[in-house]
Design a protein around this ligand. Structure first.
Ligand code: HXC
Ligand code: NAP
Length: 290
């Protein structure tokens, strides 16, 4: 089966202006590339302007369209407001905000410094809330409709050891998504989230599975469908959620993880380690007793 085909029709995002935080690398870049294919214009933003400029040039030469790179550290409200004002003045307006920027690393929690904990909270929760508030206030003042799509994780609701600042921050982003979906619907602003399972990216893999850990903890082995995700699969879902086709979807978090988190949650799911022969023996011995 081919998991790398685009799903929506070619003009599905025609003339939509979409701002992607963390849009220069990884999943943000992959989602942006598909949005461009579907007719959108993009602003991609993160801290590293050189990375953003390289990505923007490659995207425009491969996919066409307009991609504006703007440097912004989402932890700094002055930079966020300046970035938003540049984005809206260069594109006329922004229709969609994809809150995708994140920071993360693995560590026993008791080994974290206060600054380490706060750094992840600040990027993920404070960064997302600052971009959201800046965009939302502007949309409301201008009586303009808008769409937020926030990238969270499945441990936003299960929690997870060893990535506690990220889990706490993503849980906050999920709560904000659901809260604003209700509060701001009256202004024509929708809010949804996607919770991806493992999708290989340099940024996530280098920090969450450094060195040999990737061999010891092969993420595909935890996924019932037996593989990690393809970026296009996530891009298809994201494109739907930012398009007008999903106009009646609001306040939802959609998991795209091949069943990974449920596998960890279900009491008896590890019984898939029992070989068929043992099931045969158990069935046979049950038969004898009857
Ligand atoms: C413990 C660490 C650490 C680590 C940094 N720190 N890395 N502590 N273990 N591995 C501490 C530092 O010592 C410092 O504390 C504080 O954190 C801030 O570090 P800086 O390097 O000064 O921060 P900064 O330059 O702002 O970089 C932020 C970062 C970095 C989060 C530390 O990794 C980054 O830029 N990340 C962006 C991209 C990213 O993380 N992508 C992955 C997203 S994946 P002290 O006390 O020494 O000052 C993801 C997937 C989720 O979210 C789900 C997967 C299935
Ligand atoms: P990534 O490539 O490292 O993406 C993170 C992006 O955030 C980078 O482009 C980074 O760019 C930007 N960023 C970090 N700190 C920032 C800051 N202070 N201000 C502005 N931008 C900042 O990793 P990824 O795997 O694509 O992750 C993308 C999203 O998917 C994240 O929200 C992550 O939590 C989520 N996710 C990923 C997976 C996975 O398996 N990959 C699973 C679940 C959820 P700069 O360094 O230039 O700032």
């Amino acid at each position: 089966m081919n998991f790398n085909s685009g799903m929506l029709r070619e003009d599905a995002l025609k003339d939509k202006n979409i701002l992607i935080t963390g849009g220069g690398t990884g999943l943000g870049r992959s989602m942006g590339e598909y949005f461009l294919e579907l007719g959108a214009n993009l602003v991609i933003t993160s801290r590293k302007l050189d990375v953003l400029e390289g990505t923007a040039n490659e995207m425009m030469s491969q996919k066409g369209g307009k991609v504006i790179p703007l440097a912004c550290d989402v932890r700094d409200i002055a930079q966020v407001e300046d970035m938003w004002s540049q984005a809206t003045s260069q594109l006329g307006k922004v229709d969609v905000v994809l809150n995708n920027a994140a920071g993360n690393f693995i560590s026993p929690t008791e080994r974290l410094s206060t600054n380490a904990f706060n750094t992840v909270l600040d990027i993920v929760l404070k960064g997302t809330s600052q971009v959201t508030l800046t965009a939302g206030k502007d949309w409301i003042a201008k009586k303009q409709a808008g769409v937020f799509l926030n990238i969270v994780t499945t441990y936003a609701w299960t929690g997870s050891g060893y990535v506690v600042p990220s889990a706490a921050a993503k849980a906050g982003v999920l709560a904000m998504t659901r809260s604003l979906a209700v509060e701001w619907a009256k202004y024509g602003i929708r809010s949804n989230a996607i919770a991806p399972g493992p999708f290989p990216t340099e940024g996530a893999w280098s920090r969450l599975l450094p060195g040999d850990l990737v061999k010891k903890f092969d993420p595909a082995k935890k996924v019932p469908v037996g593989r990690v995700g393809e970026h296009q699969e996530l891009a298809n879902l994201a494109a739907y959620l930012v398009s007008d086709f999903s106009a009646y979807v609001n306040g939802e978090v959609i998991t795209i993880d091949g069943g990974e988190w449920l596998k960890g949650a279900g009491e008896f799911n590890n019984l898939d380690q029992i070989p068929q022969e043992l099931w045969d023996m158990m069935e046979a011995s049950r038969g004898k007793k009857q």
